[in-house]
Structures are given as C-alpha cells and as structure tokens.
Design a protein. Structure first.
Length: 207
C-alpha cells in the first residue's frame, strides 16, 4: 500500500508518524520506504524516514529529490534560490520507489494547500501521485476546523481519505483533545482514525 501523508499544519508530527508507520511495516517483513518529495531548510525529516525504511535507500537523495536550503514554503524557497521545482523529477522518483518497495509512504511539506508554485500545491502533487491520503493532526483546541477543511479538500479532489491520525504532541489532555475524535468520526467518518499518545514509540500497522 502507498500513502500520501499530509498534515493540518506544519509541525503536527508528520515525520514522527511516518517513522512509526514505516517501523510497523518493516516489523511485518514488508519492504517499505519513506518518500520526502520536497525538503525545506534542512533534510533531517528526510534522513529520519530514510533510516526507518527497509531495505535502506542508497542515499538521502533517493528519498528526497528536491532540497531547498530556505526554511520556507517550497514556492518561496524556490523563488529565493532562483530555481524551478521539477515536478516530473518528483513523479519519476516516486515511480521508481514503487517498483522497488511494497509500500511507499510519501510525506508532504506542511499542509495540504502549501504552494509549490503559483498554480500547483501539495494537494495537486498528491492528486498526481494518486495515493490514498492520511491526515496527521495535532490533537488540540482548533484541530476540528483544520481537520474538516483538510478532509473536505482531499475529497473534493477525488482522492481517497484513508484515515486520520490524532497525534498527541502534548502529554496533558484537555476537553478538546478528548472529544475531537468522536466529533471527527461523526462528521468525516474516515475508514481509520487513531490516537497516537505522547512519545509513543511503537504502533501496529493500522491499514
């Protein structure tokens, strides 16, 4: 199975969740690789998911074809650095990975509508790759609005919403983090919805 892993915002734990999912897959003996099409600012996220992949990719370039040194949205970073992001290179890299691994987990940059250029967003890239979408959410007050907007955007593009992961970035629980799941189950009704507790180190592959 391939997945496109997006978030309701930056810093919601996409890399952390991608690593957990890759580890869950490799424990079953399946080959699995993380794919970070675009990294901005540094390549730490790409290195983390590369290290969690099995068999190990030959280099970080294998899983991260586009690297921008500027810590900003891809469109802004590319403009500052005077380059054009090569979408075809991203697609061809994804295709090659699908030939080599049973599972390719693609981690987007930021959220669904983050611009790659003035006419093309992370959502458009997900649509071109065609994989089911997993939304990672920082489970807190305000998460409902962000998650519902993201889920509606995913489905409006004709893509399959595979599931929602509520990532508990903070150890403390409040009313919002406790009730968000039941509200999302009723409004969005995704096939899978999971709570990942703070600092959880191992999960079972849920799909």
């Amino acid at each position: 199975m391939n997945l496109f892993i997006t978030g309701t915002d930056t810093g919601v734990g996409k890399t952390y969740i991608t690593k957990l999912l890759l580890s869950a897959l490799t424990r079953t003996g399946e080959s699995a690789v993380g794919f970070k099409p675009i990294a901005c600012g540094d390549r730490e996220d790409a290195k983390i998911i590369s290290d969690a992949s099995h068999p190990s990719p030959t280099s970080v370039d294998t899983v991260n074809p586009i690297f921008l040194k500027t810590p900003a949205a891809p469109m802004a970073g590319a403009s500052i650095e005077g380059i054009t992001i090569d979408i075809n290179k991203i697609k061809s890299t994804h295709l090659e990975l699908t030939k080599s691994y049973n599972h390719v987990l693609t981690e987007g940059a930021g959220g669904w509508a983050v611009p790659i250029n003035s006419e093309y967003s992370m959502g458009h890239l997900a649509a071109d790759l065609g994989d089911p979408v997993l939304i990672v959410v920082n489970n807190k007050l305000g998460a409902l609005n962000q998650t519902i907007l993201t889920a509606n955007a995913v489905r409006s593009m004709g893509l399959e919403l595979m599931g929602i992961i509520l990532n508990h970035i903070n150890d403390e629980r409040d009313t919002a983090s406790i009730t968000n799941r039941s509200v999302l189950e009723e409004i969005i009704n995704p096939p899978v919805i999971l709570d990942i507790l703070h600092d959880e180190t191992e999960i079972v592959w849920p799909f």
